[in-house]
Design a protein around this ligand. Structure first.
Ligand code: HEC
Ligand code: HEC
Ligand code: HEC
Ligand code: HEC
Length: 420
């Protein structure tokens, strides 16, 4: 059993032993990474890790035992538009509920524009920082935040891009780091750098500025099992997709006791953040985002029921498979109008003649015949004249991705739904 699993498994999350390994008068830092729009694991398979609901449970449990400083360094969203702004706002609200110390501005989030920055600042109690652009009266963004014994600074390797996203002037990375270090010295605080940049960027900064005890960087990998050291500087990242966090200890002079914690199902959902999330889904539903997805022209669909008359055997196999329940799975979880989910759980969401809603297209709800065989109305009308192309098992992988269906193997799965 992994150590984190042990302390959870033995006595649950509220147990007194949680902080036993950690010294008094020290500060615990929790580092989160890229969320990229993943507020919650999709629940397509179990167990899946991650999500801000479990994160809040972890942070609150630790906070009840010791001083905690939460550092958020990564992209909240991975796209632009009103829905991503609502997502970023929801994440910011959740971070504020967790008492976040600082959130570093990532270039992806800066693409939301000044309106997005306002939304994040209003929801997070102004925890967003970035030393990457010149402050202007219309841009509510500071370069650092003091929290506990730290002065936390945000910086980016893409300050030029951020400046152009926000209509401001860029401040170079090294200049931002120099200012962080000198401000921290003036205040007698330990400087902590959150970097919107990669491991090689972090290495370079660590070599140039050995005064930095801790640098948080971004990485597309899982949470590393050990930290990186350049001289005495500790370099950490919580990786991608919000799947886990890093916990470290600060004893008043140095950073140590590194622990990578995957946010597995042992962590219950925090009720308050679950409410924020439900509110997000409600806003997405009412905002009609599903109705406005781009669609391309396609041949006409017939719906699975239209195949029954001539392919009863195939229909019966399908009707008893999980595919025929795929939309119901979303409905029961409140995701029936969530553009992050519906595409893989219905027929033709990206096609003009495809699924819009159960009310309009009840026979295109769920993964249907035409999810695999393609639009087939002409075949229904003239089966001999219009033949359907052969489906290759590779077609399964458009939905059965490594994220949604990690254990999927077309060769062993096909027999479960074989219908010819
Ligand atoms: C890329 C395609 C894809 C997307 C996007 C997707 N799903 Fe799924 N989902 C699947 C596949 C494939 C399965 C079957 C997984 C398996 O059994 O291996 C599945 C299964 C499920 C199940 C059934 C789990 C069970 O066994 O009861 C639920 C519930 C579900 N998804 C919810 C969601 C939600 C909620 C979202 C959006 C947050 C989502 N899905 C987004 C492809 C997707
Ligand atoms: C349009 C998306 C999509 C495509 C294409 C797709 N699936 Fe699925 N599949 C799903 C979803 C969604 C579920 C989960 C439904 C649920 O439980 O809600 C699922 C579930 C399954 C299951 C039941 C779960 C299990 O492992 O027992 C099997 C088997 C399966 N798919 C096999 C296949 C095979 C084989 C192919 C290719 C020939 C395929 N699927 C293509 C979306 C898809
Ligand atoms: C009116 C009867 C009829 C209906 C309705 C019908 N089919 Fe067919 N289908 C046939 C016949 C007949 C063939 C054999 C065609 C041939 O061999 O010339 C066939 C063949 C197929 C094939 C094998 C490839 C091909 O085109 O020959 C697939 C796949 C198929 N049908 C899928 C579907 C799907 C999916 C639907 C519903 C959307 C559907 N069919 C509705 C009569 C029908
Ligand atoms: C998850 C994907 C998937 C779904 C859903 C699905 N099929 Fe198929 N179907 C296949 C694959 C893969 C084959 C085998 C390769 C081929 O013949 O194209 C196949 C084969 C067939 C064949 C035999 C074709 C032949 O040449 O003998 C028919 C008929 C057919 N499907 C009809 C249907 C009907 C009707 C439905 C809905 C009730 C349906 N399929 C749902 C994937 C799917």
């Amino acid at each position: 059993m992994k150590p984190w699993a042990a302390w959870l498994g033995l006595c649950g999350i509220a147990c007194g032993a949680l902080g036993a390994a950690w010294q008094d008068h020290s500060t615990t830092l929790i580092v989160t990474g890229d969320l990229q729009g993943h507020l919650e694991p999709c629940g397509c398979t179990t167990p899946q890790t991650g999500g801000i609901l479990r994160l809040a449970t972890l942070v609150k449990a630790l906070r009840s035992k010791q001083d905690v400083v939460l550092l958020a360094n990564g992209a909240m969203v991975n796209d632009v538009g009103k829905r991503d702004e609502i997502k970023a706002e929801t994440i910011a609200q959740a971070y504020e509920e967790m008492g976040v110390g600082a959130i570093n501005l990532a270039e992806e989030d800066a693409r939301l524009g000044i309106g997005g920055i306002y939304a994040i600042q209003n929801s997070s109690n102004s925890r967003l920082v970035c030393g990457c652009v010149t402050p202007t009266p219309s841009l509510p963004l500071k370069d650092t935040r003091q929290e506990g014994p730290f002065l936390i600074g945000g910086a980016s390797t893409r300050s030029r891009q951020i400046a152009s996203d926000l209509g401001s002037q860029e401040i170079g990375l090294d200049q931002a780091v120099e200012k962080l270090i000198s401000d921290a010295k003036g205040l007698d605080l330990a400087p902590v750098l959150m970097l919107d940049g990669s491991v090689s960027d972090a290495d370079r900064v660590a070599r140039k500025f050995p005064q930095l005890g801790l640098i948080v960087y971004r990485s597309p990998d899982n949470v590393p099992s050990a930290p990186r050291y350049i001289g005495h500087s500790m370099l950490v990242t919580a990786g991608e997709g919000g799947k886990g966090v890093v916990r470290i200890n600060y004893d008043g002079s140095s950073f140590g006791v590194y622990q990578a914690i995957p946010l597995g199902p042992d962590f219950k959902d925090d009720p308050k953040v679950a409410r924020f999330y439900a509110e997000y889904l409600k806003r997405v539903d009412q905002g009609g985002f599903l109705d406005r997805l781009p669609r391309s022209p396609s041949a006409a669909f017939a719906g699975s029921l239209a195949c029954l008359a001539c392919h009863k055997q195939a229909y019966d196999v399908w009707a008893h498979s999980r595919h025929a329940q795929a939309f119901a799975s979303l409905e029961s979880k409140g995701h029936a109008r969530d553009p992050d989910c519906v595409g893989c759980h219905v027929v033709g969401l990206n096609a003009v003649g495809g699924f819009h809603s159960r009310a309009l297209n009840r026979n295109l709800a769920n993964v249907g015949c035409e999810s695999c065989h393609g639009a087939a109305k002409r075949h229904v009308q003239h089966p001999h004249a219009f033949k359907l192309p052969t489906v290759k098992l590779g077609a399964c992988l458009s939905c059965h991705t490594s994220e949604q269906s990690p254990n999927f193997n077309p060769l062993t799965s096909w027999p479960k739904i074989r219908h010819r």
